[in-house]
Write a protein that binds this ligand. Structure first.
Ligand SMILES: [Fe+2]
Length: 235
C-alpha cells in the first residue's frame, strides 16, 4: 500500500448532482439529507494495489475475450488514453474495468430485455492495468444505442462504462465515455447531469494515431481522477 497526501476536494459543479430530476432513478437512490464531509485519514488515502499478473492476456480485448464460434459483430474500435492525477502526473499500475452493450445495443444481463440480438461471441466486459506512464488500451466493437425507460422515447447515446480505482479509495471513479458527434448526447440526462464545460471531458476524440490501418478506428479518452480537471462521474 502507498500513502498519499490529501487530495483536493471534488468540484461538485463538474460532477452530476446525486439527485438530478431529469434522471429519474437518482430520485430513488440519491441521498435525501445533506452530506457530512469526512476528514481524509490514512484509510481513505491508501488503496488497493493490483499486480499485472492478476489480469489475463485477453482481458483488454473484448473482440477476443469471449469468442465461442467466431468474431463478435460490429464496427471494431480501439480505445486508448492515459490516466492522470490532479497534478497531471500519470497514474501507473491502476486497474481499469469497462463494460458496454454489444453493437446492437444489448447487454448480457437478465434486466436487459431490449428487443435486440445478443452476440454469442461478445460479453461486453474487460479490464486492464495502466503501464508505467499511465497508458491503457482496449479493443472492442462500437456499442449500439439502446432505449431506456427514463422518459418517453429515451435512448442512451453510444457509451462505454469505466471504473477506475486509482491510488487511493478517494480516487475511485465510475464514469462513461461517449463518442464524438453523437446526436443523442444533447438529449441524454445522464450526460447532461455533468456540469457545462466539464461534460465535454466525457467525449472521446477520434484519433488517427490510435486507429489501426485495415483493422479498427481509434478513439482517445484521457481520464483525470481528481482535482479541477477531473473527469466527471457518470452512473
Ligand atoms: Fe450503459
Amino acid at each position: 500500500m502507498t500513502a498519499h497526501g490529501p487530495f483536493s476536494p471534488r468540484d461538485w459543479d463538474a460532477h452530476p448532482p446525486y439527485v438530478y430530476p431529469g434522471y429519474k432513478s437518482t430520485s430513488l437512490r440519491g441521498p435525501t439529507k445533506p452530506l457530512i464531509p469526512l476528514k481524509q485519514t490514512l484509510s481513505e488515502l491508501t488503496g488497493p494495489v493490483y499486480g499485472a499478473e492478476s489480469v489475463g492476456k485477453l482481458d483488454h480485448d473484448l473482440t477476443r475475450n469471449a469468442r465461442v464460434n467466431g468474431e463478435p459483430l460490429g464496427e471494431r474500435i480501439v480505445v486508448a488514453g492515459r490516466v492522470l492525477d490532479e497534478g497531471g502526473r500519470p497514474v501507473p499500475d491502476t486497474l481499469i474495468e469497462i463494460w458496454q452493450a454489444n453493437a446492437a445495443g444489448r447487454y448480457i444481463h437478465k434486466n436487459d430485455q431490449h428487443d435486440a440480438p445478443l452476440d454469442p461471441n461478445f460479453r461486453g466486459s474487460g479490464r486492464c492495468v495502466t503501464d508505467g506512464e499511465g497508458r491503457y488500451k482496449f479493443y472492442s466493437v462500437k456499442p449500439g444505442a439502446y432505449p431506456w425507460g427514463n422518459h418517453p422515447n429515451a435512448w442512451r447515446p453510444n457509451h462505454i462504462h469505466f471504473s477506475l480505482f486509482g491510488p487511493a479509495f478517494v480516487t475511485r471513479l465510475v464514469t462513461q465515455m461517449y463518442f464524438p458527434g453523437d446526436p443523442l448526447l444533447d438529449l441524454d440526462p445522464i450526460y447532461l447531469g455533468a456540469g457545462e464545460g466539464a461534460r465535454e471531458l466525457l467525449i472521446s476524440k477520434f484519433d488517427l494515431e490510435i486507429t489501426e490501418a485495415d483493422f479498427a478506428l481509434g478513439y482517445r479518452f484521457d481520464i483525470v481522477l481528481r482535482g479541477r480537471d477531473a473527469t466527471p462521474a457518470q452512473e
